[in-house]
Design a protein around this ligand. Structure first.
Ligand code: ATP
Length: 450
């Protein structure tokens, strides 16, 4: 971690810096509040040690100023006044912890260890939250299919190295899920896994999303920001749909990959980054290189280890197990038990080609569980393109689950799918749904309908 020590006493500065160094952290000194705020603006810090009494200044005022300027890193306070009132006031204001002066180096190390534990917990919580938002059922990393087995084997072996990796395969084949898994198996697992969806952003916004910007560097840049490269420090940066990155941003990405260096937009100061890059695309990158849309040098940098995920139609041996997993997951989620798939429904599932791959399968199973009223999924619960034309039990207007044990989100997803099925254009569907086209685009992506 990089830590700012704010104290007007040089012996305190020295002892703290030394304790941090023995734990492998870097530190920078500031002797006053104004100097501290300037240094915070110049560099990125993971934490701050701040003296409560900085000469004439009150550390708590400096703390308030930090927060009002948007510096959100944890702060540990030094206080010679270890009175309970001061400590309570400080923690009530959001100070992470305090160390009473005079202290011994071990107290600094203890405070830091507490901070590291809390950081790793925050990472785990955000990881779990994003999984819940993904509504991902039990994820399988085993397969009957030899190509998929090989993908998992290579992924497992390469996870421990720090090599960049390219995940290739059609949409919905599990590239994002596998990237997360690679991160979890790597030595970086205790640090963040950060995703950037490349095509949803303009050139300028993508560059800012990646590298951050300083206030005033372009229209709309109203305050300083740190990008996702910074957020992924020590961890993994996952670039989804990398083929869609504009050429100018590709050049900056190449520099990041080669030299680990980057600059925020509007700033000349060069910064170093410790991130591992995993990138995914459903496009043929070699073709993109040939067409001049993707830099060849960047392609070779990323292509050190490439994993090709086959479409679901090419690994039908896994279908039945996946269906069972998904059915169990949604049945449990909806408070039902022992839901099975009837034989003819399973046959239709096996015969279908699954162009949207695992994501489509997941959505179809969820939809079936909303529609089926009894304890089994029948052919009529499947969408017409899979059942071969049989009418759905829910009918064109009614949904069997309506008023039942179904969440609003599930109803919304189902409604969007049906409106899209029935609309001649995207704009028309957006109008019917009462949302703008960009929102509908994002929702379609989330539902695997792109
Ligand atoms: N290993 C797995 N086991 C079971 N289900 C999986 C697995 N991997 C992915 N899925 C399912 O497929 C869905 C889509 O996966 P993911 O987002 O990783 O695909 P993707 O290839 O990254 O798609 P896109 O190219 O559109 O971004 C997941 O939300 C999950 O439901």
């Amino acid at each position: 971690m990089k830590i700012l020590i704010v104290d007007d006493e040089s012996n305190i500065q020295k002892t703290t810096a030394l304790s941090l160094k023995t734990m492998g952290h870097q530190s920078v000194s500031a002797f006053s509040g104004s100097q501290a705020l300037r240094k915070l603006g110049e560099d990125r810090f993971d934490a701050v040690f701040l003296d409560l009494r900085l000469g004439e200044e009150n550390g708590l005022d400096v703390f308030d100023e930090m927060r009002s300027q948007g510096f959100e890193m944890p702060v540990i306070m030094f206080t010679a006044y270890s009175s309970i009132e001061t400590a309570i006031e400080a923690t009530r204001k959001g100070v992470f912890d305090y160390v009473a002066k005079p202290f011994v180096p071990e107290q600094i190390r203890q405070a830091l260890r507490k901070l590291e534990e809390s950081r790793s917990l925050v990472n785990k919580v955000s990881e779990l939250e994003s999984r819940l938002a993904d509504k991902t059922p039990g994820i399988r990393f085993d397969s009957q299919d030899s190509r998929m087995q090989q993908v998992y084997e290579v992924a497992e072996k390469a996870a421990k190295s720090d090599a960049n990796m390219l995940l290739l395969g059609p949409s919905g084949t599990g590239k994002t899920v596998l990237s997360r898994r690679i991160h979890e198996m790597s030595d970086r697992a205790g640090n963040p896994f950060v995703v950037v969806h490349c095509p949803s952003l303009s050139k300028e916004l993508l560059e800012s999303e990646l590298f951050g910007h300083v206030k005033g560097s372009f229209t709309g840049a109203v305050k300083d920001t740190w990008g996702k490269v910074d957020a992924a420090e020590g961890g993994t940066l996952f670039l989804d749909e990398i083929a869609d990155i504009p050429l100018e941003v590709q050049a900056k990405l190449l520099r990041l990959l080669q030299e680990r260096l980057y600059e925020r937009i509007g700033e000349t100061k060069t910064r170093t980054a410790d991130v591992r890059i995993l990138a995914a695309t459903n496009k043929d990158l070699q073709e993109e290189v040939k067409e001049g849309r993707f830099r060849e040098d960047l392609f070779y940098r990323l292509n050190v280890i490439a994993l090709h995920l086959p479409g679901l139609a090419e690994r039908k041996g896994d279908l039945e197990t996946l269906v069972e997993d998904y059915v169990d997951f949604y049945a449990r989620k909806m408070g039902r038990e022992g839901v099975s798939v009837e034989k003819d429904a399973m046959e239709a599932i096996l015969a279908y080609d699954w162009p949207g791959n695992l994501r489509e399968l997941n959505n179809v199973v969820e939809r079936c569980l909303i529609l089926c009223s009894g304890n089994s999924v029948s052919l009529t619960d499947l969408p017409a393109e899979i059942s071969g034309g049989s009418a759905e039990r829910g009918g064109a207007t009614g949904i069997a689950g309506l008023g039942g044990d179904v969440t609003l989100q599930e109803l919304e997803d189902e409604h969007i799918k049906r409106v899209l099925d029935n609309s001649e254009s995207l704009e028309r569907a957006a109008r019917t749904l009462g949302i703008d086209s960009a929102t509908l685009y994002r929702k379609r992506k989330k539902l695997g309908l792109l």
